[in-house]
Design a protein around this ligand. Structure first.
Ligand code: CA
Length: 81
């Protein structure tokens, strides 16, 4: 679990840039490069929009790491139900 979290942090930092937060474009790019298999399974092309809204808990328009860490559960729930 700790290893998974560290890998998640590395992925996040790689895409979040200086702001250390992901906007929707960065989130999409992150998923396309890191979780291509997950997106292929998505039936709905608006999955990133839905995911972004769900994950951006404080509606700040960006996803910080705390919010991003919850993404795995959110994505899993949406894509594999
Ligand atoms: Ca936010």
């Amino acid at each position: 679990m700790e290893k998974a979290m560290r890998e998640l942090l590395e992925i996040f930092q790689k895409h979040a840039g200086i702001a250390q937060a992901l906007n929707k474009t960065e989130l999409k790019s992150l998923f396309e490069t890191e979780f291509a298999g997950v997106l292929e399974n998505a039936k709905d092309k608006n999955v990133i929009d839905d995911l972004f809204q769900r994950v951006d808990k404080d509606s700040s328009g960006s996803v910080n790491f705390t919010e991003f860490a919850a993404i795995t559960a959110a994505a899993h729930g949406m894509l594999f139900q």
